[in-house]
Design a protein around this ligand. Sequence first.
Ligand code: GLP
Length: 260
Amino acid sequence: MEIIVQPDSQKASWLAAKLIKKIILEKPRPVIGLATGNTPLFLYKLLIKMYREGSLDFSRVVTFNLDEYVGLSPGHPSSYHHFMWENLFSQINIRPESVHFPNGLAADLQAHCQDYEQEIEKAGGIDIQVLGIGVNGHIGYNEPTSSLSSRTRIEILTEQTRKSNAVFFGSKDEVPFKAITMGIGTILEARICLLMAFGQKKARAVAQAVEGPLTAMVPASALQLHPQAIVLLDQDATTELKYLDYYKWVYDHKPEWQEY
Ligand code: GLP
């Protein structure tokens, strides 16, 4: 795991944006895995800025979102589909047919989950998967006890997750109980995993994921198995890390990051 600490979330998001830009420029048909939530919002603003300035073209880019609520239509204001169009897709030149979401309204949800896996495979796999982390250590909607080799499937959300996400709905009661999520096994197949975590409230989950044991109780700890997992943190998210000085020292001595 490569743990990168930046003074604040904006600087960290700049680094993420530059890394994604590099991948988009390098690949003929870049495949980007995307996440929702507050964490990647500034990253999306930066990608829009790069597009508007003419330094980034999204016409060849293919995207797959991590998750979607079961039972919400794409037009529902709290659906992840709506979130992504609102905060990114409507403001860049991505082709609508290149954008993929799990469909929470599919008639046969199980079959749809398998189709989603196949779509990812047909696209050639994900080059970089953007991830946030839940306060309970979840990635996508893989809640604690999710199999570390799970595939795209329906997951029942914890009460804590529903509470955290109530801000995107009127109240906790309106947050659906179920979501479709890429599995941990699916996420681990991305060529690069980029986990972003900002703020004090993520500090414990970050420490458990990075320095704790590999365990299904902390789904993000599965990234310890990934050959290229980058964990991008602001200062506030690092307060429970024991080896913080070492991560900073490593970063300062890696010239390849300085080019970003
Ligand atoms: C949600 C999403 C995750 C997201 C996480 C953190 O439940 N399913 O993909 O990364 O929680 O959200 P936030 O970035 O708002 O803290």
